[in-house]
Design a protein around this ligand. Structure first.
Ligand SMILES: Nc1ncnc2c1ncn2[C@@H]1O[C@H](COP(=O)(O)OP(=O)(O)OP(=O)(O)O)[C@@H](O)[C@H]1O
Ligand SMILES: [Mg+2]
Length: 475
């Protein structure tokens, strides 16, 4: 678990379980177990089930999938966005009833199972869910007061992303410089704006500059300003972005591309907390929090002498690591759905939902361009769609490059002989063998964790638990 035990289980969280089941015995047992634990228990049988009545409630749904099968799949999906649904599966249940909802539900629990396991799952669901809506609402409200900020909410569901967001939220309160690591399109700017909006500087400006997009000879004056006549073309004096960001946040994107002379100047500025406009001798103090980001592997840049280590330590007081989308596949569907809603509204498109094929494709595709690539792919598919349901083919027609990548992704990433557990006379703990096998299986499926979980016959959460711990700060 990425969060400490009681971090988010504050007392204001509604404690309710909503049991969807036809068996009186099951309902009574749930009630007998949960009520003494201060949970309200609401129950619905098939005959009286109306999902729209459940939606306004708060709590965690414990549902027999056979009953959900009698509901419209789209309504179940919509409900799952408001309330976490846990499937509680009787042994005789047809597998299809489970797979029908495997993309929608929070977790699947198969009987026989202890009540304590059900309780643990309910608590997990509550903690995870209590974060997501808070993030969406919090950010879209905050963005209104942030300069140069889009109105797009932050979407995320995976433990890795929620951890990055939690780190970002905590460091926002400090005044330390922050470094955001992450491949292209992982949402570095989104996080930088989030940090700004969560900080005490939120009413000040948020100024972003992409160091690689500005010609080298103009960048210094852009950052620090210049005096009138200080170089050809400098007809007027100009204040730089460090001064413009006064009282707010300066986001230096693609800092890994900064030239050596500018790296030296930036280091001096950060050490002295003063800037010097080009063509002036005056040192001016500034008050801006600096957030920098790069998609490059800075350790390598430093090793090869292309980036100053001393500057790196100045900028990187606190690191925030944004993992690539392929390592947080739980974020794919929530993001895709948010983009679908956004682009359907903008384009007046009939598209409303994704077909199962489209979902399967999105979950298995490699998304090397990360969230940005997913956003573009969904936008094009929405524009091309002629029906309410977006099919896999809508993606392929509108994104010709995707075909190649999928094929590539399906190619085995490892050879069969790669799974070897060495026996040197000492037996390995079973846990280690399981971990190695799961790691191997994920690699063999080109990193597609959902698919691997299906093949191994376990759910995604169990797969994650069995995987070796990831180094979130690995660059
Ligand atoms: N968690 C998220 N929720 C919603 N939208 C997101 C999220 N992460 C990224 N995006 C969207 O994906 C796109 C890319 O995000 P962003 O520009 O922040 O990435 P980046 O890491 O700065 O990319 P680059 O390295 O290319 O500059 C943007 O349109 C952004 O709105
Ligand atoms: Mg960026």
């Amino acid at each position: 678990m990425m969060f400490s035990e009681n971090e988010f289980s504050n007392s204001t969280l509604p404690r309710r379980v909503i049991v969807i089941n036809d068996s009186e015995d099951s309902i009574d047992l749930m009630r007998a177990f949960f009520q003494p634990k201060k949970y309200t228990v609401s129950s619905f049988r098939r005959a009286e089930l109306d999902l729209t009545k459940i939606e306004p409630l708060s709590g965690v749904v414990l549902a027999d999938p056979r009953i959900l099968q009698h509901q419209d799949a789209e309504s179940v999906r919509i409900l799952s966005q408001t309330l976490p649904i846990i499937l509680v599966v009787e042994p005789e249940t047809d597998e299809k009833a489970i797979t029908d909802f495997s993309y929608t539900v929070f977790e699947t629990l198969r009987k026989p199972i202890s009540f304590l396991e059900i309780l643990a799952s309910v608590e997990r669901a509550q903690q995870t869910h209590s974060l997501t809506p808070h993030i969406e609402n919090g950010v879209s409200e905050q963005t209104k007061v942030v300069e140069m900020t889009s109105n797009n909410p932050i979407v995320g569901n995976s433990p890795k992303f929620l951890l990055a967001l939690e780190v970002a939220k905590r460091v926002a309160r400090s005044s330390a410089n922050i470094f955001i690591f992450g491949e292209s399109g992982t949402g570095k700017e989104v996080i930088a704006r989030f940090i700004h909006s969560e900080s005490s500087r939120k009413d000040g400006p948020f100024i972003a500059i992409n160091s690689s997009a500005i010609p080298e000879n103009l960048l210094e004056s852009e950052l620090f300003g210049h005096a009138k006549g200080s170089f050809t073309g400098a007809h007027e004096k100009k204040i730089g972005l460090f001064e413009e960001a006064e009282g707010g946040t300066l986001f230096l994107d693609e800092i890994g591309d900064l030239s050596a002379p500018l790296q030296a100047k930036l280091l001096r500025v950060l050490q002295e907390k003063k800037i010097q406009r080009v063509g002036e001798n005056v040192l001016r103090p500034f008050n801006a929090r600096v957030i920098s980001a790069t998609h490059k592997n800075l350790s390598r840049e430093i090793q090869d002498g292309r980036f100053r280590e001393d500057l790196f330590y100045r900028l990187n007081v606190i690191p925030v690591a944004l993992p690539p989308l392929r390592e947080r596949r739980d974020d794919i569907l929530p993001l895709a759905e948010a983009f679908l809603r956004k682009f359907a509204a903008i384009n007046d498109s009939p598209a409303r939902v994704f077909s199962e094929d489209a979902i399967k494709f999105m979950l298995e595709y490699s998304w090397r361009g990360n969230v940005r690539e997913l956003e573009n792919a969904v936008e094009r598919a929405v524009v091309m769609a002629t029906k309410p349901k977006i099919d896999h083919s809508d993606f392929l027609i509108s994104n010709p490059d995707l075909t190649l990548e999928v094929v590539e992704n399906h190619a085995p990433a490892t050879k069969d002989s790669d799974f070897v557990v060495h026996y040197d006379g000492h037996l390995l703990p079973l846990q280690d063998v399981v971990q190695k096998y799961v790691e191997y299986a994920v690699a063999k499926n080109g990193g597609a964790k959902c698919k691997t979980a299906r093949v191994l016959g376990i759910d995604r959460k169990t797969l994650h638990k069995r995987m070796p711990p990831a180094d979130v700060y690995a660059n």
